[in-house]
Design a protein around this ligand. Structure first.
Ligand code: SAM
Ligand code: SF4
Length: 439
């Protein structure tokens, strides 16, 4: 038997790309590929790209340029670009970087085996269709090998919201939900392989409305079905839109013990003028009232969010409104970005904020977010949390896992194993993690 071919995948961007990379590696497994962590060993390099901000796309081109020497030394090496840059730029990638043999958009991963064969035959292979067939159904079924205790599971893709800054509706296409039975089958298979925590993924995960046995199922309905799976101990979901936070989902946060007290609910800005221009269709006030209702259902829930500063026409007063909102919510985590012009989106044509001003606002926002994050993390000291251990830490006999609030927790105890869930008393708080002792 010939040696397996080696596949090196580098993943950029969101968790949906992490999930997609796993599925692509599995699809190419059928072509005799095994994954390698060393780019020098690879017979195929696949960059699974992100197009959300300009910098993310440019990084891909500079990374591709670095493969020149590798390809010269190994002419059989195939180089592929997948993900949202592939979708957005298509053939342009091959024109700009002739080293690239294969370009595949996020809706065509099930066609990777044919594309790989075409590339192996020396042809350029490109597929950026939005095909009719369901890629998840066509993808090779997942292998049975044991795996780590946490997994992502995509339940919904695409977006119909068209926020004025965002490329997702163009690169990922219209919003589509996977049927519930297929998700539940995949979840059961993951649990059989050792998974104890599943994070349901979607660009608008709480807009989920997949076909179920009695008509469409909501995300809350799906969570309650997952709740019945023995061996699955924790459920999370991301990313949610404030407008799709339905009553049954809020209620599930108070009543479903497996649903973790953590919610990523991006607001983007605190000024109603800016929110309107972003086409977000919620106000700062409606967002704050929503969080009140969520906290009434689950008082200890840890909130997380996304922010854009320097959106076209954002004034200092608009930015202050964002700071005020952040002060009121107090996020345990938050991701903040400087607005990045995306060609083809409505906001790209508008008057841009001075980049130095936007940088300054980003730093001021991040300072507030970091302060809250640190205060919330420090307030865990002395408390008892439940930790799902994932892997050994850097020190001998140390294990690292996540609390229900998604804080990283280190515990020194040689008896601990990955996949174990234990009560832990937090004894110290560091810059990015907590230290604890078994309770
Ligand atoms: N669907 C999610 C939502 O509604 O918030 C977000 C998906 S997007 C992949 C993740 C984050 O990237 C957004 O929440 C936003 O903060 C940021 N983002 C998207 N487009 C951006 C742009 N043009 N410039 C800067 N940040 C952007
Ligand atoms: Fe992009 Fe999220 Fe807005 Fe959809 S809802 S357009 S994914 S930011």
């Amino acid at each position: 038997m010939s040696d397996p071919k080696k596949l090196f995948i580098k993943t950029y961007g969101c968790q949906m790309n992490v999930y997609d990379s796993e599925r692509m590696a599995e699809a190419l497994g059928g072509q005799g590929y095994v994954e390698t962590q060393s780019v020098e060993d690879a017979d195929m390099i696949l960059l699974n790209t992100c197009h959300i901000r300009e910098k993310a796309a440019e990084k891909v081109y500079s990374e591709l340029g670095r493969f020149k020497g590798l390809k010269a030394a190994k002419p059989d090496l195939k180089i592929g670009v997948a993900g949202c840059v592939a979708q957005a730029e298509g053939e342009e990638i091959m024109r700009r970087q002739p080293l690239v043999d294969l370009v595949v958009g996020p809706q065509s991963y099930h066609r990777l085996p044919e594309l790989e064969a075409k590339a192996r035959a020396g042809e350029k292979a490109l597929d950026t269709d939005f095909p009719e067939e369901d890629k998840f159904e066509k993808l090779k079924s997942r292998p049975k090998a044991k795996r780590g205790p946490t997994a992502f599971l995509t339940v919904q893709e695409g977006c119909d919201k068209f926020c004025a800054f965002c490329v997702v509706p163009y690169t990922r296409g219209a919003e589509v939900s996977r049927p519930a039975d297929r998700i539940l089958r995949e979840a059961n298979e993951l649990v059989e392989r050792g998974v104890r925590e599943i994070t349901l993924l979607g660009q608008n995960v709480n807009a989920y409305h997949g076909a179920g046995p009695n008509g469409d199922m909501t995300l809350a309905g799906l969570i309650w079905e997952l709740d019945k799976i023995d061996g699955l101990e924790r459920i999370r979901f991301t990313t949610s839109h404030p407008n799709d936070m339905s009553d049954d989902l809020i209620e599930a946060h108070g009543t479903c013990a497996k649903l973790m007290p953590y919610l990523h609910l991006p607001v983007q800005a605190g000024s109603d003028k800016i929110l309107k221009r972003m086409n977000r269709s919620h106000t700062a006030e409606s967002y704050l009232r929503l969080i009140e209702r969520i906290r009434a259902a689950r008082p200890d829930i840890l909130m997380s969010g996304d922010f854009i500063v320097g959106f076209p026409e954002e004034t200092e007063a608009d930015f202050q409104a964002t700071l005020d909102l952040v002060e009121e919510v107090r996020y345990g985590y938050a991701y903040s970005f400087k607005y990045s012009t995306r060609p083809g989106t409505p906001a790209a044509e508008r008057a841009q904020v001075d980049p130095a001003e936007a940088d300054d606002r980003l730093q001021r926002l991040q300072a507030v977010i970091t302060r809250h994050q640190r205060e919330i993390q420090d307030s865990m000291v002395g408390r008892e949390v439940s930790v799902l251990f994932e892997k050994p830490g850097r020190l001998p006999g140390q294990m690292v896992g996540k609390s229900e609030y998604l804080h990283a927790v280190h515990v020194q105890d040689p008896g601990l194993e990955a996949g174990q869930i234990a009560r832990v008393r937090i004894v110290a708080s560091g810059p990015n993690s907590l230290a604890g002792e078994l309770a």
